[in-house]
Design a protein around this ligand. Structure first.
Ligand code: EPS
Length: 398
């Protein structure tokens, strides 16, 4: 299946269109809303998250809680829109007209913001404004914003519901915030699911949790921001999702692209990842055993060999850079005057790594659901299940 998202951060809503899901999959807004709430949490978020209360509104493709096989559209309204409707009005009704501030005499304009000409380091501001020939940086930053990830988490919730029909669960946990690393515990999916969301930084290491919170508090006081690392883990996947035969069908490559496309992600590791480069092969590759089915003695590969799932749980990590909107100003140059200035902000998150983990789950679930439908595809859930079961049966005869 495929999807697109739309929406500006302070526009009316973020939306998504999903195409290619089979009919008769049970989908309820409750599950999607719960995932949206998980993304909004996490210690270190700023003022905007106190304002928003993300709820999905389904516009098409679902009837009486079951998919129809037709495209699914939904929207998540931006509550902050009411404060921006003059500035973000698609028709310029608020008096704002592409770079000009006009206050109409006969109209009360609650708030008018001059155009943004000061590009913030680390954002899409500079490159986007030059590339799209924009005089007002707002025309770039609104879409570049990580607000868009709300739509992706909703799509991911749909993918998760689909995978759950086959017993596949996807979860994330935070393994590093700033300089604080959690102990590498290699926990199973259900243990992570049961424990991770009660931690304000979504980590499974209580000692690291305290230190992470202290580091976030400290960064806040200093007007600074923090990055970190999350890991996404799944239950055992069936052998053979993805393929070795062509570069764009390799599942690890597709997962890396999906994860790298999350705002502020700068690196992705599959299994041992970068650590594998420094070890001899004898300590990296997972030995194969047979106990009524083919298994591996370890899972350093993170569940993927040759671009295909190998029957083990998937383990992927992604590194997020510190949020570039800082209270501590960074040097930049005004687009119009070319004068130096120090970028300042009114409101920002200190860190969004716990939320990024939830987004990571979503994009991983989406890629897995896509690969699942490529291998076991059908127009109804019953057809997909038949195809899946017959493949699993065929493996038993090997
Ligand atoms: C974001 C900046 C902040 C974050 C926002 C992402 O928003 P604002 O500019 O309105 O203060 O709160 O995240 C979300 C709105 C969200 O839903 O996650 C950015 O520049 O990427």
């Amino acid at each position: 299946f495929r999807y697109l998202t739309t929406g500006e951060s302070h526009g009316k809503a973020v939306t998504a269109v999903i195409e290619g899901l089979p009919a008769n999959l049970k989908l309820t807004p409750k599950y999607i809303n719960n995932e949206l709430a998980r993304r909004q949490g996490g210690y270190g978020r700023g003022g905007r998250m106190k304002l928003e209360n993300d709820q999905v509104e389904i516009m098409s493709g679902i009837r009486a809680n079951y998919t129809l096989g037709s495209p699914i559209t939904f929207q998540i309204k931006n509550k902050d829109w009411v404060n921006w409707q003059e500035i973000m009005s698609p028709t310029g009704d608020g008096g704002y007209d592409q770079g000009e501030v006009k206050i109409k005499k006969d109209k009360k304009v609650k708030r008018v913001e001059p155009k943004v000409t000061k590009p913030r380091p680390g954002h899409a501001d500079l490159a986007g404004s030059l590339k799209y020939d924009q005089q007002d940086i707002r025309n770039i930053l609104e879409r570049a914003s990580a607000r868009e990830t709300a739509a992706r988490v909703a799509v991911g919730a749909v993918a998760k519901q689909f995978l759950r029909e086959f017993g596949i669960k996807v979860i994330s946990h935070i393994v590093q915030i700033g300089s604080i690393k959690a102990e590498d515990k290699d926990l199973a999916v259900n243990q992570i699911i049961d424990n991770v969301d009660s931690s304000p930084v979504r980590t499974l290491d209580a000692q690291a949790e305290e230190e992470m919170i202290a580091e976030i508090k400290n960064a806040k006081e200093e007007g600074d921001s923090l990055g970190g690392v999350f890991e996404v883990v799944t239950t055992n996947l069936p052998i053979g999702l993805g393929s070795h035969v062509q570069w764009d069908r390799k599942l690890d490559g597709r997962l890396a692209q999906a994860l790298m496309s999350i705002q502020a992600i700068k690196g992705v590791e599959v299994g041992l990842g970068f650590k594998a480069a420094g070890k001899p092969g004898s300590q990296v590759h997972d030995e194969i055993i047979y106990k009524s089915e083919f298994k591996h003695k370890s899972n350093n590969a993170g569940g993927i060999e040759g671009g295909m799932t190998n029957g083990e749980p998937l383990r992927v990590k992604a590194a997020m850079k510190p949020i570039p909107t800082l209270y501590q100003p960074l040097e930049s140059v005004d687009l119009e005057t070319k004068e130096k200035f120090k970028a300042s902000v009114e409101r920002s998150d200190v860190t969004a790594v716990p939320a990024a983990g939830v987004v990571g789950e979503a994009v991983v679930a989406i890629e897995l659901a896509k690969a699942w439908l490529e291998k076991f595809g059908g127009d109804s859930m019953a057809e997909v299940k038949r195809n899946y079961e017959s493949y699993i049966e065929s493996l038993k005869n090997r």
